[in-house]
Design a protein around this ligand. Structure first.
Ligand code: 4NP
Length: 156
């Protein structure tokens, strides 16, 4: 199972989500490949925002080695699942993906897109440390639910 987490800048939400999924899949002994990327190129090659690093450290993981990258066309044929943090990210992905692609696209909080209103992980970039901690917790809950819903091999 190959999973890509996507937000706008790849320095706040999606690197925290990458760290959380790595931790959860390791704890469960699942051989998942987890990566993250941004729809924008503003922060390519930068490490995660310091507040995202701190919030992740509080949950017991280090994400300081991660570096931002932009989503690329090959991602749609490589990954099994691509989960966006918010509706804007998802719309961008749907546009980039075109008609034929392997990856399933969804929202982290609504992988099967069952809800009429987008269930989003709001962007904490313009907020404070509290917003980053709340964001990390929200991601952790959504990640646990995703693992439960898609099963160990990511199929459902
Ligand atoms: P992210 O947060 O998408 O969760 O990484 C953001 C990071 C940077 C910007 C916006 C959101 N920015 O506008 O530079």
């Amino acid at each position: 199972m190959k999973l890509l987490l996507v937000c706008l800048g790849n320095i706040c939400r999606s690197p925290m989500a990458e760290g959380i999924f790595r931790q959860l899949t390791q704890q469960r002994g699942l051989p998942w490949e987890v990566d993250s990327a941004g729809t924008a190129d503003y922060h390519v090659d930068e490490p995660p925002d310091r507040r995202a690093q701190r919030a992740s450290a509080k949950l017991g993981m280090s994400i300081s080695e991660l570096r931002a990258r932009q989503v690329q066309a090959a991602d749609f044929s490589y990954f099994d699942w691509i989960l966006a943090m918010d509706g804007d990210n998802l719309r961008q992905l749907q546009t980039l993906a075109g008609n034929k692609h392997k990856a399933r696209l969804g929202l982290l909080r609504d992988p099967f897109l069952q809800h009429p209103r987008a269930l989003e992980i709001p962007d904490p970039y313009w907020g404070d440390m509290e917003d980053f901690l709340a964001c990390a917790e929200q991601i952790q809950q959504a990640a646990e639910a995703f693992l439960q819903n898609v099963g160990e091999d990511g199929k459902q």
